[in-house]
Design a protein around this ligand. Structure first.
Ligand code: C2E
Ligand code: CA
Ligand code: CA
Length: 320
């Protein structure tokens, strides 16, 4: 099947995803057997297509679990089950904190706290991410205004914006800008963190949104830098303000000379382009020292603090 097919003038390429379920191990009637095979096939597609997967009972539980979480997620916003935690982003030159990243938490009434790594993908698949993202944005606007009064006159909060929030139907960047104007919130109070995926398939809508943020003075940070394509052309084209070096590189700077070289190179390159650098996931003083000595501008990680609720954040910064 991988041989190209000629259909009139066009050449068509196919790939095949196969799911296998075995009777009587996982099902004893035709309908459930096909259903299991179907789940295994979807799993094969999720794993990048063009491969074979056997059904396992874990797929069934995860499918049920998933449906039930999605069901609950639909009401979580109305039921006020979300909370933003904040993690300090520290100026490595002065050890001052006047930036923070907002990280969402879901307090599920029965399951307790659910990690964004679990529910953000579900929110993306169902489109709920748009409303959740708007809520995050409004909270962050409010919080930055509070903290500009109470902590630092240039306090800045970064929010994560999923690729799914950039599309035609949710063309809400203008609403965001209007909202900030209405609340008299200076544009540089908010930084939007995006991933390279957003730039990779940047169509005109994405480009227009990013450039309008730039024109208004909202800064853009490129998250998880180094894990994707890390194309230099994109950095130029979209006028990125910050690069966040992924934790994966920071984690091993003490032991791995390749990672040390990579961090240094990213910093030098970013600075040459006028981009500031934030290192993510700093957990030890040795990591911090290495990054500071390599010229890195900002650091974020458990060494300084985990993401924490608003009141704890205020205590940490105002009464250390
Ligand atoms: P991210 O944007 O890369 O956020 C950094 C993650 O690393 C956070 O996980 C943070 O708690 C964790 N982290 C920070 N410092 C350290 C450290 O020193 N060591 C270790 N091991 N981990 C550290 P978290 O809060 O679980 O968030 C996970 C991901 O969920 C985020 O990754 C982001 O992609 C997504 N996310 C969180 N909040 C939002 C949101 O409001 N909107 C969207 N679209 N995505 C969000
Ligand atoms: Ca982030
Ligand atoms: Ca990150």
């Amino acid at each position: 099947m991988t041989k190209p097919f000629q259909i009139k003038e066009d050449i068509t390429y196919l790939s095949i995803s196969i799911g296998i379920a075995i009777y009587p191990d996982y099902a004893t009637d035709v309908t459930s057997l096909l259903k299991s095979a179907d789940q295994a096939m979807f799993y094969a597609k999720e794993k990048g297509r063009n491969c074979v997967h056997h059904f396992t009972p874990a797929m069934e539980t995860s499918a049920i679990e998933r449906r039930s979480l999605i069901q609950d997620l639909r009401f979580a916003l109305d039921k006020q089950e979300f909370e933003l935690y904040y993690q300090p982003i520290v100026d490595l030159n002065t050890n001052e904190t006047y930036k923070a990243e907002a990280l969402i938490r879901w307090h599920h009434p029965e399951k307790g706290m659910i990690s964004p790594e679990i529910f953000i993908p579900l929110a993306e698949d169902t489109g709920l991410i748009v409303d959740i993202g708007n809520w995050v944005f409004k909270q962050a606007v409010h919080q930055s205004q509070q903290w500009r009064k109470r902590m630092h006159q240039y306090f800045q909060i970064s929010i994560n914006k999923s690729p799914k929030q950039f599309n035609k139907e949710n063309n809400h960047h203008e609403n965001w800008l209007d909202y900030m104007a209405e609340k008299q919130c200076p544009a540089d109070s908010i930084t939007v963190e995006i991933t390279e995926g957003v730039l990779m398939d940047a169509n005109s809508i994405v480009t227009e949104q990013l450039l309008s943020f730039r024109d208004e003075g909202i800064e853009i940070a490129l998250d998880d830098f180094g894990t994707g394509y890390s194309s230099l052309a994109y950095l130029r084209k979209f006028d990125i303000d910050y690069i966040k070096i992924d934790r994966q590189f920071v984690q091993h700077v003490e032991t791995n000379s390749d990672d040390r070289a990579l961090c240094k190179a990213i910093i030098v390159m970013a600075h040459a382009l006028g981009i500031k650098v934030i290192a993510e996931g700093i957990e030890t003083t040795a990591q911090k020292d290495f990054l500071f000595n390599s010229g890195c501008d900002f650091g974020q990680g458990y060494l300084f603090s985990k993401p924490i609720p608003v009141d704890q954040f205020e205590k940490l910064i105002l009464y250390p």
